[in-house]
Design a protein around this ligand. Structure first.
Ligand SMILES: *[C@@H]1O[C@H](CO)[C@@H](O)[C@H](O)[C@H]1NC(C)=O
Ligand SMILES: *[C@@H]1O[C@H](CO)[C@@H](O)[C@H](O)[C@H]1NC(C)=O
Ligand SMILES: *[C@@H]1O[C@H](CO)[C@@H](O)[C@H](O)[C@H]1NC(C)=O
Ligand SMILES: *[C@@H]1O[C@H](CO)[C@@H](O)[C@H](O)[C@H]1NC(C)=O
Ligand SMILES: *[C@@H]1O[C@H](CO)[C@@H](O)[C@H](O)[C@H]1NC(C)=O
Ligand SMILES: *[C@@H]1O[C@H](CO)[C@@H](O)[C@H](O)[C@H]1NC(C)=O
Ligand SMILES: *[C@@H]1O[C@H](CO)[C@@H](O)[C@H](O)[C@H]1NC(C)=O
Length: 385
């Protein structure tokens, strides 16, 4: 209390310098001041002092809080250049060897039967050549009254960090479909996080949606550098009915628009600074991304620091990325109806699909010709050291 008081007084005494320069008249002057000026601090009553000090305190608080908030709003990770090296490749005829096939009950309540590896080969739902790997929905069996057969694969290897380069030749779309290419640890969800890199539903004409799902304390209402449109800022599964914190890309980032241009590359960087997702249409893939098929000895090294602004940016500022995302497998699937594609809002209103989702999926087997993923390769790079 004494510091601001004396500080205030010393400044005031400069102003009243002439009075102090005349010590002989000091007593007189003081009396005169006491009756003559309510502006002199010596004449302030207790209430005035309290008022003045309160005003000073408010000013200090406003300045400090403003500075802190300003600094917080400007906080942004360094995202320093990392020296990546190729760690794992998923490509060529062995593409599916490094994945497990999920064949249990669908956790997302889809109208789907996920088929194991033998079944997928028998039905030809997954197959790979030197140049690509295909993963599709059963489009030959008319009778699917309890759900249509489809595939969900999950990489045996798991990752805490890395640069994942997904070369996509064709993305699935059509009424009833809910395809995704994502990273997660489904048996420890949401504790170990989920990163939806490519996700859409039904006609999928409004573009790709990239979303994080986490436990509490992961928010994105911070400074970001991205070209996509923010949908929600809270990634916690306990808010917004587990909508997650999504970012929407333009129509060309998915489905028909993406496919007619020969697909493109989605590159996802997962590191403690944050998660960034870049999309490159086939015609503008940076030269440091090797798109040659069947080349696990490729020595081309991608450098995200040279790529410019990503489509989606999830910085670590108000979300500890390193602790929210662990043991991530690469997962690709095509769900049908279920908690997303089956909702009237998406199936009917947005995509103008006929009847109900389940009756369409059960009966309209010829409508799944475009419901397939075709990948040229997945490559995972990790930083040295
Ligand atoms: C990356 O490699 C360059 C050249 O080899 C080196 O100068 C730099 O220190 C390395 N950076 C890191 C983060 O290892
Ligand atoms: C699976 O389907 C593809 C594409 O139609 C075809 O090229 C391939 O021969 C089929 N494989 C089997 C085992 O039927
Ligand atoms: C969110 O995750 C918690 C576990 O942390 C789980 O109990 C809850 O059911 C989840 N909520 C939703 C809507 O997924
Ligand atoms: C793919 O790579 C394998 C092993 O390097 C090679 O035997 C095969 O000829 C290649 N295929 C094509 C189409 O390049
Ligand atoms: C594979 O990559 C290496 C190094 O990047 C390159 O020299 C070679 O020509 C590539 N091979 C094929 C078949 O593309
Ligand atoms: C990640 O997986 C490893 C190996 O399965 C396990 O030991 C570890 O506890 C897991 N970490 C987390 C955070 O779940
Ligand atoms: C099957 O698809 C066609 C064309 O999209 C549609 O007119 C028809 O209503 C669908 N049938 C069912 C049973 O959903």
């Amino acid at each position: 209390m004494s510091y601001p008081q004396s500080g205030y007084n010393s400044r005031m005494s400069l102003v009243s310098e002439p009075h102090h320069a005349r010590p002989d008249a000091y007593g007189f002057e003081e009396t005169k001041q006491a009756t003559g000026s309510k502006w002199h601090p010596r004449n302030w009553g207790r209430k005035t002092w309290i008022g003045v000090l309160a005003a000073v305190a408010v000013v200090i608080i406003v300045v400090v809080v403003g500075a802190v908030e300003g600094t917080k709003a400007n906080r942004y990770p360094a995202y320093k250049k990392l020296n990546y090296t190729l760690k794992d490749t998923y490509e060529g005829t062995s593409f599916f060897d490094d994945f497990d096939y999920f064949s249990g009950y669908d956790p997302a309540a889809g109208f789907v039967h996920y088929v194991d590896r033998a079944g997928s080969q028998w039905l030809n739902l997954t197959y790979a050549s030197d140049t690509s790997a295909v993963l599709k929905v059963d489009a030959t069996n008319a009778d699917s009254s309890t759900g249509r057969r489809s595939v969900r694969i999950s990489s045996k290897k798991t990752y805490n960090e890395g640069l994942f380069v997904f070369d996509i030749l064709h993305s699935p779309y059509g009424c009833g479909t809910w395809p995704a290419l994502w990273l997660s640890d489904p048996s420890n969800w949401p504790m170990n996080g989920e990163i939806d890199i490519v996700e859409a539903n039904n006609a999928a004409s409004s573009g790709n949606q990239m979303t994080l799902h986490t436990t509490n304390h992961c928010k994105m209402n911070v400074k970001r550098k991205q070209s996509g449109k923010t949908l929600e800022n809270n990634c916690w599964n306990g808010t917004n009915s587990n909508a997650g914190c999504g970012v929407q890309g333009s129509a060309s980032t998915y489905g028909q628009d993406l496919n007619k241009n020969g697909g493109g590359v989605y590159a996802t960087e997962l590191r403690s600074d944050g998660i960034r997702i870049w999309f490159f249409p086939r015609s503008s893939i940076p030269s440091d991304i090797d798109t040659s098929a069947n080349n696990s000895t490729s020595s081309t090294v991608p450098d995200p620091s040279s790529w410019g602004e990503p489509l989606a940016d999830f910085p670590t500022t108000d979300c500890n990325i390193g602790s929210h995302f662990r043991n991530q497998s690469i997962i690709a699937n095509i769900d049908l109806c279920g908690q997303l594609a089956g909702l009237e809002q998406f199936y009917s209103t947005e995509s103008h699909c006929p009847g109900t989702c389940t009756s369409f999926v059960a009966n309209n087997y010829t409508a799944f010709q475009d419901a397939y993923w075709e990948f040229r390769s997945f490559r995972v790079y990790q930083a040295q050291g």
